[in-house]
Design a binder for this molecule. Structure first.
Ligand code: ATP
Ligand code: MG
Length: 557
């Protein structure tokens, strides 16, 4: 948690500090996180979670989890469960768990109250007509012919809407505010609509469902929320938020505060697009490791600390900006570098036979589990006559400044010996099958006389190695702002997943644990994937060791 103690203040903290000084809300801080259960949470939601739960923690207040389940057609219990799971995984606990549907009776009663006081009416205009009557930014709207319907008639129609007597789209209930308001949200917005759908909690009990703006503010008030924190697109809805609470005589309304959404380049954040990626099978599911859902990031090997840290370092503000993907990668590298063991893993193996090493001999060499962590200890690795190195660590034609294995260049096998190329063995097509090298027995541990050996490469002993499949990921999108494309498919990166089937790992990786990270020396950070089984180990690359992003970006420009 050390990185999180680098605590910067922000405008929301300032508002709360000020409220506390004035003993507003009797010094209480009550926030909530209100997701709609119509998809999995993504890294943008993590920002809202960190802000809402984080403030409650900081100010010894409360933060509720409230599912905004007012739109039954798109909602599902799978989402309700995944959202709870993801919030806990991110390291937060809710004070109370609520569903907007718990308030359906109250919300209905309040709406009846609005109708009775002449503040709401039942309208029979069609959706198209309502749009037409609404006017534009430049032009005032027109009153609906139903606006002056009598209270008795409104009450009767509303009740019958509730009883399921009418078809969808025939009537809606609207707030009676001001059709010429410069703020279009105030031009008699809808409060209730008819919807004949199954609801995952209330079943078929309701034929009418409250609209978001109405349900949201009233739910906040019912729960005694003090600071209702939302994203900037609701700024224009703020007068409406307060209007409802005023009509209902709620004397200490929650304060609505808006902040700018988190936006990352090379990413889409809208649940609609994420759902399409899943449904149209561009990814394997909501938890595909390329998805910037919390479930995808977890499967990819991201830690809660790295995500919380990204949110902290990118700050909270009122101006929309774009965070570079590289910052997210920076956060996970920082975290894993401190925590995880270094292991020998060869992604694209090239066999090397050390001809002067005794046949049948095995030696143990030691290696630090994590040189960044003194307490991590050491472990032993087996070395023998035949080993694998990376294909990329050998070339027949070394360019200037090349320090890995090549004709005439001696190289250090990490923690083991120096080796030198003697012979290249090829098949009948001229493809390299294996290399024959000799080693210097005096160089054990990777040091010998004064020879300057610049290159150090990783290796695994053939007879001790285990096989694994490794999945290498890059961004799902090759365009920095996929939302700007007419069609998100046009922005997809065709090479976002590369599967390597014949990787060779040191023997200790037999016991690799799910949920734990590993650094494959020089190759990046990896974690065991859920597809893994005893006979088919599968690893995901979480991130490379160095920032390859700058390069990627210049390519795609
Ligand atoms: P959609 O992606 O379908 O537009 P949504 O992101 O608004 O939906 P909700 O379930 O309504 O999804 O979001 C829950 C909360 O998370 C809301 O308060 C919303 O403002 C916040 N939120 C959503 N996206 C972001 C984001 N990119 N950055 C910060 N907060 C976000
Ligand atoms: Mg929303």
């Amino acid at each position: 948690m050390t990185e999180e103690s680098v605590h910067t203040t922000n405008f929301i903290r300032n508002i709360i500090d000020n409220d506390l000084q004035n003993n507003k809300n009797n010094g209480k801080v009550a926030t909530r996180f209100p997701p709609e259960p119509n998809g999995y949470l993504h890294i943008g939601h993590a920002k809202s979670i960190c802000i809402n739960f984080g403030l409650a923690k900081e100010y010894q207040g409360t933060c509720n989890l409230r599912f905004d389940d007012t739109n039954p057609a798109k909602e599902d219990i799978e989402y309700v469960e995944s959202i709870q799971n993801d919030i806990k995984w991110l390291g937060f606990e809710w004070s109370n768990l609520h569903f907007a549907s718990d308030y359906f009776d109250k919300l209905y009663d309040y709406a009846v109250q609005l109708v009775k006081s002449g503040k709401a009416y039942v309208d029979s205009l069609s959706a198209d007509q309502i749009r037409e009557y609404r006017g534009t930014l430049k032009e005032a709207g027109k009153n609906s012919p139903d606006r002056d319907r009598s209270i008795e008639e409104n009450l009767d129609l509303f009740e019958r809407m509730k009883n399921g007597e009418f078809d969808e789209g025939t009537y809606i209930v609207r707030a009676k505010i001001d059709m010429s308001s410069p703020n279009i949200n105030m031009r008699d917005p809808a409060i209730y609509r008819i919807k004949k759908a199954h609801h995952h909690r209330t079943d078929y009990k309701w034929s009418i469902y409250p609209m978001y703006d109405y349900a949201h503010g009233v739910s906040d008030a019912i729960e005694g929320i003090t600071h209702s924190i939302c994203t900037l697109e609701f700024e224009d809805h703020r007068p409406l938020y307060y209007w409802f609470l005023e009509q209902l005589n709620i004397t200490t309304p929650p304060q609505q505060i808006e902040f700018a959404k988190l936006k990352l380049d090379y990413t889409v954040m809208s649940k609609r697009t994420l759902l399409k990626l899943v449904q149209e099978k561009y990814v394997s599911g909501w938890d595909d490791p390329r998805m910037l859902t919390i479930a995808g990031l977890r499967r990819r090997g991201y830690t809660p600390e790295s995500i919380r840290n990204l949110i902290e370092i990118t700050g909270v503000s009122k101006s929309n900006g774009v965070v570079e993907f590289g910052q997210l990668e920076y956060c996970i590298r920082e975290d894993l570098n401190k925590k995880v063991n270094r292991i020998m893993g060869i992604l694209k193996p090239l066999k090397v036979v050390i001809t002067n090493y005794p046949e049948g001999k095995t030696e143990e060499v030691d290696i630090d589990n994590n040189p960044e962590d003194e307490t991590a200890g050491k472990r032993m690795l087996s070395f023998s006559k035949t080993i694998y190195i990376e294909q990329d660590d050998f070339t027949e034609t070394p360019p200037k400044g090349y320090f890995r294995l090549a004709p005439g260049i001696e190289v250090r096998l990490k923690q083991a010996y120096y080796i030198k190329l003697e012979n290249i063995i090829r098949d009948e097509n001229g493809i390299i099958e294996e290399l024959h090298c000799t080693y210097d027995p005096e160089s054990k541990g990777g040091t010998a006389d004064g020879r300057k050996i610049k290159g150090t490469i990783q290796w695994v002993s053939e007879q001790h190695a285990i096989n694994a499949e490794v999945r290498l990921y890059s961004s799902l999108f090759s365009k920095s702002n996929p939302d700007a494309e007419e069609n998100y498919q046009d922005a997809l990166n065709p090479d976002s997943l590369i599967v390597l089937k014949d990787c060779k790992l040191e023997a200790s990786m037999k016991n690799a644990e799910k949920g734990k990270g590993y650094q494959f020396i020089r190759n990046g950070y990896f974690c065991l994937d859920q597809d893994s089984s005893e006979n088919n180990l599968v690893f995901n690359r979480t991130v490379t060791l160095k920032d390859s992003w700058a390069k990627e970006k210049s390519k795609s420009r």
